[in-house]
Design a protein around this ligand. Structure first.
Ligand SMILES: [Zn+2]
Length: 386
């Protein structure tokens, strides 16, 4: 509402400024056209036809050194409000005006490229930036936007190239981002079973950010894909050392590596160490499963003791399952009803959540699909999580 009012006032101010200028010229030159535009514009405003009034003023205004910033600011204000068509109109109008300096032309092109990105017209934005006048003038701003375009387009090769070539210091955490681009390329190579190419990209990813846990995950996936479960287990344990909060994420793959190599005691020992240093529901349930192979009673006693210290809905569900096996028909029916409630509660809370924007999902996302940040999604801990 306030934005709308400001916009109308802005348009009126621009209109009056334009009219005064025209009036002065009009007194010196010829009557007619300027007044006609002014009255038509005023008529649009009085009839609440702000769009038509704005179009008229924009088309009539001369662009010069004094009001260029005003045009750019108006276009940017429309883009921020989500009215991208108007922003594009204003910025394109600027570009069509003769007499712009090289710097002014580059400024208008950059803003128009931002408009295209906001409108989802990534090809047009890319073309404008690549063919435009400004890369040499403002490498950081142009490179940053181009990198953003390639990231949105998932063109990881070009994104990596731009980031490495122009060393865009304006982008926070550039090296970790570039490391993820290299991981994306490694994953693509792995999907095509091109292991040599995947290794090349992983080396590049590691060089860009030696703390990138995803490198170890892709290495482990590649080793498992080649049936080297011993090596796969090593990489997964390395990942856990780098970021223990990801234990629930790697647990299924690690469990497979220990099982295939028949390292049952090592698996048990590893879980127990985890439970001491970094307890989680997934690890507790994995230990309970080992005990259950001996007896349900041992598993029940263990889970009950752990839930007392670290209650979790998933743990309660597991415990209900164990009790249902031994319960009478009548008790089983009551437990079934109880489990219906706790299961609904468990399923209402996704397993992973972005720490930046709160986006939640049931699968691990290296890049959050909402805020587009990297490495911000982690397993959910607490009563309704791990
Ligand atoms: Zn997010």
């Amino acid at each position: 509402m306030i934005d709308g009012l400001l916009l109308v006032l802005f348009v009126v101010a621009v209109g009056i400024g334009w009219w005064l200028g025209r009036r002065y010229q009009h007194q010196l030159q010829q009557p007619g056209v300027a007044d006609e535009h002014y009255y038509r514009g005023l008529n649009y405003l009085l009839n609440h036809q702000t769009d038509a009034a704005l179009d008229l003023f924009i088309d009539s205004l001369e662009v010069n050194n004094h009001n260029l910033e005003t045009h750019l600011a108006l276009g940017n204000a429309f883009r921020r409000k989500g009215e991208v068509d108007k922003a594009i109109h204003i910025h394109q109008n600027l570009l069509n005006r003769p007499g712009l300096t090289h710097q002014q032309l580059a400024q208008a092109q950059l803003e128009l490229a931002h408009d295209f990105v906001k409108a989802g017209l990534l090809d047009r934005a890319e073309q404008l930036l690549l063919e435009g006048a400004g890369f040499s003038l403002n490498k950081q701003a142009w490179g940053t936007l181009l990198l953003d375009i390639y990231q949105r387009d998932k063109d990881w090769q070009k994104a990596l190239h731009i980031g490495q070539r122009y060393q865009l210091q304006s982008i926070p955490n550039l090296a970790p981002r570039l490391s993820h681009y290299a991981c994306e390329l490694a994953q693509e190579a792995l999907d095509q079973e091109d292991f040599a190419k995947a290794q090349e990209f992983l080396a590049q990813a590691n060089e860009l950010n030696s703390k990138n846990t995803r490198c170890a995950m892709i290495q482990a996936t590649m080793a498992i894909q080649q049936e080297n479960f011993e090596l796969g287990g090593q990489f997964l344990r390395q990942l856990v050392q780098q970021d223990p909060s990801l234990i629930p994420y790697v647990l299924p793959a690690l469990s497979q590596c220990y099982a295939v190599t028949s390292q049952h005691q090592d698996w048990h020992d590893w879980l127990q160490t985890c439970m001491t240093k970094n307890p989680s529901t997934s690890v507790m349930l994995a230990l309970a499963e080992i005990l259950r192979q001996q007896s349900d009673a041992d598993a029940m006693a263990y889970v009950t003791k752990e839930l007392d210290q670290r209650p979790s809905v998933r743990g309660f569900n597991y415990l209900i399952d164990l009790h249902m096996h031994k319960a009478s028909d009548q008790t089983r029916q009551s437990l079934q009803s109880l489990k219906g409630l706790t299961l609904a509660l468990e399923q209402s809370k996704p397993s992973f959540q972005c720490k930046q924007c709160g986006y939640a999902s049931n699968s691990m996302q290296w890049q959050c699909p909402t805020c587009h940040q990297w490495d911000t999604t982690k397993p959910v801990y607490g009563l309704r999580g791990e």
